[in-house]
Design a protein around this ligand. Structure first.
Ligand code: C2E
Ligand code: MG
Ligand code: MG
Ligand code: MG
Length: 290
């Protein structure tokens, strides 16, 4: 069943490709099962406001621990979900699970911070998304400002007008919007002032290049974001040198292993309790990863 290029009969379909395809199909079937059996989990990575030293939020990150294959990275299963259409049910599961967790925290008096979820391009083509989010927030008695959607920059390249219209509908409800992996998507910066945004997240690759080339880039992104009245988050902050550079450059929020790895829900709860008790989050030793 090798496919042939019409012009010269060059073999396009090699055995390795076949194997990779089979792996993807297997993963797709397993992912469908995992969604049916509610077998995915969320890990929560804290975010710290640099000036006030306060925990202002968490990023919810999807986790899949397969009973036989072991932990599978989102870098592997999110693309599979996207190309199979499973990203729609997966994306809704993530929003529901994050809201359920926030409601549990709220019931324990742990509030005053937000939770960010990652949203794929395909989800923004779902005209029902704002209503789904509304219903979920109402069901859990959460203020819309407590939920943040992270959208990757490259997503804004295609179908910009349709996406912008949907983003406006979301933001009109009070939901916060953030551009993820900023600086890696080569999107036209001309779009930026027109987008209904609250936040830019500087991609971790630039943070990792501090000290060095990352300094000029992060400084420029911070200046531009502030001109546009956007909050800036640096992700992937791993050491004190990077942190100190970003602090001096006026970065608003930091996220990364220096503060904490992504945490299982119970660990995130403990992290919040320590923070409420007044323990300096950066001084306290980071618990083990989720
Ligand atoms: P992202 O949204 O840019 O998330 C940040 C990634 O960097 C996460 O990887 C996080 O664990 C990792 N990270 C955090 N701090 C550090 C650090 O200090 N150093 C380093 N080296 N890495 C750090 P993760 O959890 O493997 O997720 C990878 C990507 O998968 C995410 O990138 C996001 O694009 C996607 N993803 C994860 N969960 C979801 C989801 O629920 N829905 C969608 N659509 N995409 C998701
Ligand atoms: Mg993200
Ligand atoms: Mg990112
Ligand atoms: Mg990323």
């Amino acid at each position: 069943q090798a496919k042939r290029n019409g012009r010269n009969g060059f073999e396009l379909f090699r055995p390795e490709m076949n194997q990779r395809n089979e792996q993807r199909l297997r993963l797709r079937a397993e992912l469908r099962k995992a969604l049916d059996h509610d077998a995915l989990e969320l890990a929560y990575q804290p975010q710290l406001a640099i000036a006030s030293d306060r925990v202002v939020g968490f990023e919810a990150l999807a986790r899949w621990n397969h009973p036989e294959l072991g932990p599978i990275s989102p870098a592997e299963f999110i693309p599979v979900a996207e190309e199979s259409g499973l990203i729609l049910p997966l994306g809704r599961w993530v929003i529901r699970a994050a809201c359920r967790q926030m409601a549990q925290w709220q019931a324990q008096g742990l509030a005053g911070f937000r939770v960010a979820v990652n949203v794929s391009a395909r989800q923004l083509r779902d005209a029902q998304l704002p209503e789904f989010i509304d219903a979920t927030l109402v069901a859990h008695r959460l203020a819309p400002e407590r939920l943040e959607l992270e959208i990757t920059e490259s997503l804004l390249l295609d179908n910009a007008e349709t996406h912008i219209a949907l983003l406006r509908r979301l933001r009109a409800r009070g939901i916060r919007l953030s551009i993820d992996d900023f600086g890696t998507g080569f999107s036209s910066m001309a779009y930026l002032p027109r987008l209904p945004l609250d936040q830019l997240k500087i991609d971790g690759s630039f943070v990792r290049a501090i000290p060095g080339d990352g300094e000029a880039i992060t400084t420029a992104i911070i200046a531009m974001a502030h001109h546009l009245r956007l909050e800036v988050v640096a992700e992937g902050v791993e050491d004190a040198v990077q942190f100190e550079y970003l602090r001096r450059a006026g970065c608003d929020v930091m996220q990364g292993y220096l503060l904490s790895r992504p945490l299982a829900p119970e660990q995130a709860t403990a992290f919040l309790h320590r923070h409420v008790a007044g323990v300096d989050p950066l001084a306290a030793a980071a618990p083990a990863a989720a």
